[in-house]
Design a binder for this molecule. Structure first.
Ligand code: HEC
Length: 150
């Protein structure tokens, strides 16, 4: 956890050093981060791991170790480290949050990190990375009524 607390002041100073006009037009909130850097072929990659109970059980271990401190145990984005770092995270319990995201994109974000999110990199196996994709999706609260068919 300490590596995050060390990184933050550095990022903050860097942000201060940027002249205001040169700031890229990134939104000040993290509500809708853009993931333009994700290669198309990575975004299109199909998830080879079925989102069954075994996959979710495997993912739970990594979620608790590496993700819950920021994203919250239930995925609401209110983990302690997120609070410490003053991050505003998206709410995975809201089904709308990841609905336009492909499994491949989520895989890529988990593997490579993004802005303030650290990469899992080689810490987890490829299949475990897909398990986490399934897990993140499973956090969405089920809608009371069935979704209307398009
Ligand atoms: C240090 C805090 C931190 C940790 C730990 C962390 N994340 Fe994140 N996560 C973030 C931030 C911040 C963003 C938004 C990134 C951005 O704005 O570019 C994010 C974004 C995401 C997204 C994309 C959400 C969207 O907008 O579509 C996913 C999926 C995700 N995280 C999953 C995970 C998983 C799974 C783990 C554990 C392996 C994890 N995160 C660990 C901070 C964290």
């Amino acid at each position: 956890m300490s590596r995050f607390t060390l990184v933050l002041p550095a990022l903050f100073l860097f942000a201060l050093a940027l002249p205001a006009q040169q700031q890229p037009s990134t939104p000040t909130t993290q509500k809708t981060p853009t993931y333009v850097a994700i290669p198309v072929e990575a975004a299109r990659q199909a998830n080879p791991v079925k989102p069954g109970p075994e996959s979710l059980a495997r993912a739970k271990k990594w979620w608790t170790l590496d993700c819950a401190m920021c994203h919250g145990a239930d995925g609401n984005g209110k983990g302690e480290t997120a609070k410490d770092m003053k991050l505003t995270l998206v709410d995975f319990t809201d089904p709308a949050t990841l609905k336009d995201r492909t499994d491949g994109e989520i895989f890529y974000i988990i593997k490579n990190g993004h802005n303030d999110m650290p990469p899992e990199g080689p810490r987890i196996k490829v299949d475990e990375n897909w398990d986490l994709v399934n897990f993140v999706r499973s956090l969405a609260k089920k809608q009371p009524a069935a979704e209307p068919k398009p």
